[in-house]
Write a new protein. Structure first.
Lengths: 190, 290
């Protein structure tokens, strides 16, 4: 099973940003900066739960500025090996988050509550969906085992999982003790 | 001019506005019996255009209802000392003091920072009128996106005007049973075509105002071309169309209206800025065949 990792929960509606109605890019920027600060304070490998359940309204501009840009920076490696998870139920509010992430060809892991079953919000390329699903079903899996399950060669499998790790949707660990040198292990984020 | 003050009913006045050259002007609104938010915002934008270009601007009103409505909408407080009117504004103000309204007044705003406060107020009014959370969310996210566009792209001396009104019948088209929320916003900025033309990648879509408007309604189209930008208007048009309503976008000499399954474009007299009108009928009982 995946290792226990540090995590923190950030309640978006709990701060001084605008209560339950989250609108405009400038509000989104303020929330993103607070999220980035919390993220930077997490140990490596840690997960930040962004809890938007108390928010009643999030317009597209806010969603793109707060979450779209955050996910984009996470995917470009700006926050190191730290992960974002959205805590939100499946409701209308997600539409604008979804639209922003799709515009950016990005995705985030979403759970209904901390500890809940993970789902995806945003866009994951078709060929990566099965890879992602297999890693989440296994909890933790080596590249060799994953390649065998998916019927891929090791390089193709590694490329797919690396892409998912870059998107922040999985953890990737290198184990050097394995016979034959380096071996990657992939783990679910939540 | 017909009995309803809409944006379209102001077309002849906008057509003439380009020709004024310092002389005094009077807008004859005596035939107006009913003012919708689009008419109110359109009138505000028209006056802002005329005032610096005319020695004096007057508006002629008839009856009591329209002057009283304009007073409740804060119209005379925004324009009272800049336009001349035959209406007895002082007595209307006196009456209102004893009758505090629950309506949203005509809003004049300049910056993005003012928008959260505007949204909060409208949300509260809608809640008091019995609008459910889902409905309030749809209405408020429409309003906030359009306001944000006006604040960001519409920088002008007067900022932007917004008006919102919830009706207990359908006012767009023939009057019928149902409920409808109308939202209108007008700014005096450079307009959609000029804003999009800043993005060289859009050159072939900005040859006419209508081209630019149609393109502005596509997902991801913006003047900066930055990824993630230009989603607001497309989503807003989607919300309006899904509710069985419409979104009209007007700028320069173009006007595009988006309905659930069609899009109309037409050439109109020059509008000096950008204007948006959104109609959100209250469904689902509206879906019955007519």
């Amino acid at each position: 099973m995946p290792e226990e990792r540090a995590h923190r929960i950030f309640e978006v509606a709990g701060g001084d940003f605008g209560g339950k109605l989250m609108v405009t890019r400038s509000t989104g920027r303020a929330v993103r900066e607070a999220l980035e600060e919390t993220l930077a304070a997490l140990p490596k490998g840690g997960t930040l739960y962004v809890d938007t359940r108390g928010v009643e309204l999030m317009d597209y501009s806010f969603a793109d500025e707060a979450l779209g840009i955050l996910a984009s920076r996470a995917a470009s490696g700006e926050y190191g090996d730290r992960h974002l998870v959205l805590v939100e139920e499946d409701r209308d509010l997600l539409e604008n988050v979804e639209a922003s992430l799709r515009q950016r060809s990005l995705a985030m892991i979403r759970v209904d509550e901390v500890g809940g079953e993970p789902a995806i919000v945003g866009e994951v390329a078709d060929h990566l969906v099965a890879t992602l699903q297999t890693i989440y079903d296994a909890g933790s899996i080596t590249n060799a085992a994953l390649a065998a399950k998916l019927g891929l060669n090791h390089t193709a499998c590694n490329n797919r999982a690396t892409r998912l790790a870059k998107l922040g949707l999985i953890h990737r660990r290198i184990e050097t003790a394995a016979p034959g040198g380096r071996q990657y292990t992939y783990e679910r984020v939540v | 001019m017909s009995g309803v003050l809409t944006m379209g009913s102001l077309d002849p006045a906008f057509a003439d506005a380009g020709n004024v050259d310092g002389e005094p002007v009077v807008l004859d609104l005596r035939a107006v019996e009913f003012v919708e938010p689009a008419g109110l915002c359109g009138l505000a934008a028209l006056l802002e255009f005329l005032i610096p270009r005319c020695e004096e601007v007057g508006i002629a009103l008839a009856g009591r209802d329209v002057p009283a409505y304009l007073e409740r909408m804060n119209f005379f407080r925004l324009f009272g000392n800049r336009v001349r009117t035959n209406a007895d504004v002082a007595s209307l103000e006196e009456r209102r003091r004893h009758n505090p309204g629950t309506l949203q007044e005509l809003i004049n705003f300049h910056t993005e920072e003012e928008i959260p406060g505007i949204i909060e107020r409208i949300s509260e009014i809608l809640e008091n009128q019995g609008y459910r959370l889902r409905e309030r969310v749809a209405i408020c996210s429409v309003l906030s996106e359009i306001c944000a566009n006006a604040a960001e792209h519409g920088a002008s001396s007067f900022g932007a005007y917004a008006a919102v009104q919830a009706y207990h019948h359908i006012v767009s088209g023939p009057r019928r049973r149902g409920e409808e929320v109308l939202i209108a916003i007008a700014d005096g900025g450079p307009g959609v075509r000029e804003t999009l033309a800043r993005n060289p990648a859009l050159a072939e879509h900005t040859t006419t105002d209508n081209d630019a408007l149609r393109h502005a309604l596509e997902m991801g189209v913006s003047g900066t071309g930055e990824i993630g930008r230009g989603g607001g208007l497309a989503l807003v048009a989607g919300i309006a169309a899904r509710s069985g309503g419409s979104l009209s976008l007007r700028s320069g000499t173009g006007r595009v209206t988006v309905y659930e399954n069609r899009k109309n474009s037409r050439n109109v007299p020059e509008f000096p800025g950008t204007f948006v009108r959104v109609s959100l009928p209250r469904t689902p009982q509206e879906k019955t065949p007519q």
